[in-house]
Every structure is written in structure tokens, then in C-alpha cells.
Ligand binder design. Structure first.
Ligand code: PLZ
Length: 449
């Protein structure tokens, strides 16, 4: 019962938001708290490949993948089929009550895929934040220590523990404290702003860990190999290997939060591979299941097994429908060679902005890897962040039918996370819309925010 494919082209047939979307916005304002403020001036009706069609028949180019989730598109036929079949068999048993084969199969697939040598085990959960929470629980149980260190510019979630691990106050933490104890923040590596080499930045981090926490208190160091919400910050070369080496020498576990970077996003299966590091634990979510809510903690067997029987779980973790989607999504990533496609996307985005940068010095930094690329906009004289400009460009791009995301501790980063299955022409069109808008603001003063 297949429908006609969704045409892969941008097309605006109404003003934005369109009439139906405007009506729905009013309802949203009535029934949904203003703490949730969707950024796209549309309501989705269908999404496929690189296109989102809205309730008014407008078609948007998707450069966000629902924040790095729909790497294979939001309705890949293999995922649709796997989900439909599983729903017909059973929607739920609760794995803690009655196990099912697919959960174990997925844990085996993860064992084969993650850059951890030796046997791993995996626990499946629902959200990214829940995976991070569980990784911390496992690290504490395994080391018998309590402290956890996270980095400047880190993002790990919005639950009480993960809010504390997250660096940025607004909007994530403001008014929600107190946060969980025994969480420490240390400086990391942000080459564009700190100018430090990997070795120098690592020495600074290690000095902070030793003087402010003490290795004998520290259960784990958690880090995103490329910091996502913080602004797609790629650490200086060698930084991560130095940190992981220090952890290993001091009986501190290293948790790689690959929730945003994982599953082919950066051009390899996991960003840890490219960085040449081997984590003890990896948190996974987002791209893992073709849009279904599933997350995981995968880790060295002896670390995972430190937790007592019954110590991990939850009603829905590893729900069979989401697991079916994940097994299909992983097959698609392999069959369609999506690591290579992600790498190609990175080249296209980099080339595009390098061209624009030649006569727009507000583009201070172009960075990222694969289909996880960003540009940081700054005052060319002072490097002050141009957050207002980034916001204006993103708002205008959405009005012109391009779903665009922002990021950064200072709010001055435009980030690109297209579905890796997006067509190259569509990607280039989306980028051109953005840089045309940027060009129109050239004559403005460099208002800093
Ligand atoms: N760790 C590295 O990127 C989620 C959050 C958007 P959840 N990032 C997008 C927002 O404003 O809430 C994320 C991440 C990394 C953990 C998480 C948390 O994943 O599935 O949102 O809980």
C-alpha cells in the first residue's frame, strides 16, 4: 500500500505560516505551555528524504533532521515496514517481564559496531537523557566512586542529573535548580576561542580534574566527541586521546556521549573512531532508530556487569517497535553506504561556506565533520558573538522554506544536520537560501547580542 513519493523539491504555496498552520498555532498556544516554542512556521504533515511537507501543502528543505535524528529520513520504507510488522506481532511486553529476541539482536549489532574492543553489553532505554543518567549510574556502581566531570559547552539533557551536566544556563537550567551533587565542570578544547593545542588544552583539563575533584573521587568523565548544542565544537587534535589516557591511568571511566554524533552522522559510525579513542561506555540515541524513541548505553562487559541484578530497567526501555526500527535503520545505513554520504555532505557544506567566507569575514569559523557542520558568526574585529544575526538568518530561512537550526553557548552558531539521504541539489539549494539571506545583512552594523 505504498503512496506516491514525496516530491523532493522546495515549494511554498502559501505565506508562512499558512492558514491551517496559523489556526493550529492558536490551538497550540491554548493547550501547550509556552515553555515549548516550535521554531518552524508550519505544522508537519509528511516528511521523506530531505523534504518536510506541511498541512498547507508547503514543502520545506530539512537541514535539521529533527535535531540529528532522521539520518535516513523520517519515513524510510524499510523502517515503516519493520514497524508495521512488529506492531502486528506485539507492541510491548516489558523486557524485564518477558524478553524478546530483537532486543538481544540489537545489543549484538551494537557490540559489532561500537569502537570498544572486547565484549560489550547494552541496556536499551527511551531518551538520550535517560541513557546519560544510566551511564552515570553504571560508572558509579562500577568504580565505587561518585564524582562525574563534564565540560564547558557540554549538553547532556534536561533531566535533573543531566541538566547539571549540561553547561548552558538559558534555556536549559534557568529556575530548575537545585541540581544533582557531585557534578564538576572543567574546561575542554575550543580551538577557535582558546587557541590551545590539543596537548595544552588537555593539560589544563587534567590540572582542573586533579586539583578540583581528585581522581580517587572521580567515577567518570563524560564528553561529546564533537560538542553538539554547544556549537559543534571539534576539540583540537590529540585532546581526547590525552583525556582518555589520563582516565585509564587513574581508574576513571570515560563516557563518550555519542547521542548526537553517533550512527554515521559524522562520516564514521561513531565520532570516537575518528578521534582514535576507545570509551568505556557510550551513550546512543537520536539516529539509532530512524526517528523512533530509543536510546542505549553500550559498555565494556565488566563495567556493565558491576550493576546488581535488577539495578537497571524501566517500563518501555527497548520497546520492540523501536528496536525493530533500529535494526532496520542500521541495515539502511550499511546498505546505502551512509558513512560515505555523510562525508560528502561535510565536503559540500565546507566548500560552500569557504566560498562565502572569502568576502564575508563574519564567518569566523567553519567546523564539524560529515553531516554535522556549523558556522560561527562573529564580529570580525572583536570575535564577539553575533547571536542576533544568527537568529535573524535562521528565522528568515525558515520563512523561505528551509528548516535551519542554531546552536552555541553564545547562540551565534548556525548548524547543519541534514538527513544523510538528502539529495545534493536540495542540500545546495538550502545552503544558498541561507547564504543569500546572510549576504543581505552585510550592510547592517555588527550588532552584538
Ligand atoms: N546528549 C549529546 O545532543 C539531545 C536537545 C535539544 P534527549 N540534543 C538535543 C533540546 O533542546 O532539548 C542530546 C544530545 C547529547 C544528550 C541529549 C539528550 O537527548 O533524547 O533529548 O533526552
Amino acid at each position: 500500500m505504498s503512496r506516491a513519493p514525496l516530491e523532493q523539491s522546495r515549494k511554498l504555496v502559501t505565506e508562512l505560516p499558512g492558514p491551517k498552520a496559523r489556526q493550529l498555532r492558536e490551538q497550540l498556544a491554548t493547550y501547550v505551555p509556552k515553555a515549548l516554542s516550535p521554531s518552524t512556521p508550519a505544522f508537519a504533515s509528511r516528511t521523506e528524504g530531505g523534504i518536510m511537507e506541511d498541512v498547507d501543502g508547503n514543502r520545506f528543505i530539512d537541514l535539521g533532521s529533527g535535531i540529528a535524528v532522521t539520518t535516513i529520513g523520517a519515513s524510510h520504507p524499510k523502517v515503516v515496514e519493520a514497524v508495521q510488522r512488529q506492531v502486528e506481532d506485539f507492541t510491548h511486553t516489558c523486557f524485564m517481564v518477558t524478553p524478546y529476541e530483537s532486543y538481544v539482536q540489537l545489543a549484538k549489532r551494537l557490540d559489532e559496531l561500537v569502537p570498544i574492543s572486547g565484549q560489550t553489553r547494552s541496556v536499551l532505554l527511551n531518551s538520550g537523557a535517560e541513557a546519560v543518567e544510566n551511564a552515570v549510574k553504571i560508572a558509579r556502581a562500577s568504580t565505587g566512586k561518585q564524582a562525574v566531570a563534564a565540560f564547558d559547552h557540554a549538553y547532556h539533557g534536561r533531566t535533573t542529573l543531566t541538566m547539571g551536566l549540561t553547561a548552558k544556563n538559558m534555556p536549559y537550567k534557568e529556575s530548575f535548580g537545585p541540581f544533582a551533587p557531585e557534578v564538576y565542570r572543567v574546561p575542554g578544547s575550543y580551538p577557535f576561542r582558546d587557541g590551545l593545542s590539543g596537548d595544552q588544552a588537555a593539560a589544563r583539563t587534567i590540572e582542573a580534574l586533579e586539583s578540583q575533584v581528585g581522581a580517587h573521587n572521580l567515577a567518570a568523565v563524560i564528553m561529546e566527541p564533537i560538542q553538539g548544542e554547544g556549537g559543534f565544537i571539534v576539540p583540537a587534535e590529540g585532546f581526547l586521546t590525552k583525556i582518555v589516557d589520563w582516565c585509564r591511568a587513574n581508574n576513571v571511566l570515560f563516557i563518550a556521549d555519542e547521542i548526537q554524533t553517533g550512527f554515521v552522522r559524522t562520516g564514521s559510525w561513531f565520532a570516537s573512531e575518528t578521534e582514535g579513542i576507545e570509551p568505556d561506555l557510550i551513550t546512543l540515541a537520536k539516529g539509532i532508530a530512524g526517528g523512533m524513541p530509543l536510546s542505549a548505553v553500550t559498555g565494556r562487559a565488566e563495567v556493565m556487569d558491576a550493576v546488581h541484578p535488577g539495578g537497571l530497567g524501566g517500563t518501555y526501555g527497548g520497546n520492540p517497535v523501536t528496536v525493530a526500527a533500529a535494526l532496520a535503520a542500521i541495515d539502511v545505513m550499511e546498505e546505502e553506504h551512509l558513512t560515505e554520504k555523510a562525508t560528502r555532505i561535510g565536503e559540500i557544506i565546507r566548500q560552500h561556506f569557504e566560498q562565502v567566507q572569502q568576502d564575508d569575514p563574519r564567518i569566523g569559523d567553519i567546523r564539524g565533520r560529515g553531516a554535522m557542520m556549523a558556522v560561527e558568526l562573529v564580529d570580525p574585529k572583536t570575535q564577539a558573538p553575533l547571536a542576533d544575526l544568527v537568529n535573524r538568518v535562521a528565522v528568515e530561512a525558515r520563512k523561505q522554506g528551509v528548516i535551519t537550526l542554531t546552536a552555541g553557548t553564545y547562540g551565534n552558531v548556525l548548524r547543519f544536520l541534514p538527513p544523510v539521504v538528502i539529495g545534493e541539489d536540495l542540500l545546495k539549494e538550502g545552503l544558498s537560501v541561507i547564504t543569500d539571506i546572510l549576504a543581505e545583512t552585510r550592510s547592517d552594523t555588527y550588532a552584538t547580542a
